[in-house]
Write a protein that binds this ligand. Structure first.
Ligand code: 3PY
Ligand code: MG
Length: 264
């Protein structure tokens, strides 16, 4: 059976879920993120060269720890979403959502009947290759998996009412980089139009009291103090920069320390 989804548990108790985008294609990275204390990894298929077998092995690594495995798909194709769910991932990030219908299609792809219309196989990895009680598997899977719609298109901000109202959506998650592009303010950090769009998402969330809201925080495009965002209702964040950039930054520091010692 699928393990408890730590992110859902935190969100349901009003706590903050903290995750990290992962672009390094190696299960060890998931183990490292778990040891660092993250609640979830967001394995990124949108901007990387992951093959699906590696994704599956990273999901395995997550299952051996307390961390929750979420995968950002590279397209909203229901067939792609199904394959990610079949490897046992505990949820999907949907990039570049524009409409509520796109979210509904993703819910249908990821959730078993009656919440959705997920294709049936009792012999997938998610079903532990031969679910002894398939109906119990469908119930637990619906309970422990989640759908996160990225709000990173101006159109999605315009339609945030209908998106936040979709049954089965767990989190509307703001992507400041793409949102800056879509708003025409790329490269202009903490622009008022960004703050306005974020506030609109927050206010709609408050009014509807349905899905949770999240954001990529400490971001190079938008970085108000995290406590301000938390006080406004944000409950799900990914920290920036990503694993790749963190590694590069730490390695540069090591090289610099060695070069400074050489100069002394
Ligand atoms: C974005 O900001 O566009 C993202 O996808 C997440 O950082
Ligand atoms: Mg993006």
């Amino acid at each position: 059976m699928m393990k408890t989804n730590r992110v859902k548990k935190l969100l349901n108790s009003g706590r903050l879920a903290v995750g990290q985008w992962v672009g390094l294609c190696d299960p060890a990275v998931v183990e490292i993120m778990a040891l660092a204390g993250y609640d979830f990894v967001a394995i990124d298929l949108e901007h990387t060269m992951f093959d699906l077998q590696t994704v599956e092995n990273m999901v395995r690594a997550a299952e051996a720890t307390e961390i929750t495995s979420l995968v950002r798909v590279s397209s909203l194709d229901p067939k792609m979403i199904l394959r990610i769910m079949e490897c046992g991932a505990q949820g999907v990030f949907l990039p570049h959502v524009r409409t509520a219908d796109e979210v509904k299609l993703a819910v249908d792809a990821a959730k078993y009947w009656p919440e959705g219309d997920r294709g049936i196989s009792g012999v997938t990895r998610a079903a532990r290759y031969l679910a002894p009680d398939f109906m119990a598997h469908t119930r637990v899977s619906n309970e422990e998996t989640m759908i996160i719609a990225m709000i990173e298109e101006a159109e999605a901000v315009e339609r945030i009412d209908e998106i936040l109202a979709v049954d089965g959506l767990d989190v509307a998650f703001i992507g400041p980089a793409d949102l800056a592009r879509s708003l025409g303010i790329l490269g202009r950090k903490n622009h008022p139009r960004m703050a306005e769009a974020v506030d609109r998402v927050i206010e709609t969330h408050r009014r509807l009291e349905k899905a949770h809201i999240g954001i990529a925080c400490f971001h190079s495009m938008y970085d108000p103090p995290l406590e301000t965002l938390i006080n406004k209702g944000i409950r799900c964040v990914t920290t920036s920069p990503t694993d790749t950039a963190l590694l590069l930054r730490a390695c540069r520091e090591q090289v610099q320390m060695a070069r400074e010692a050489e100069r002394k």
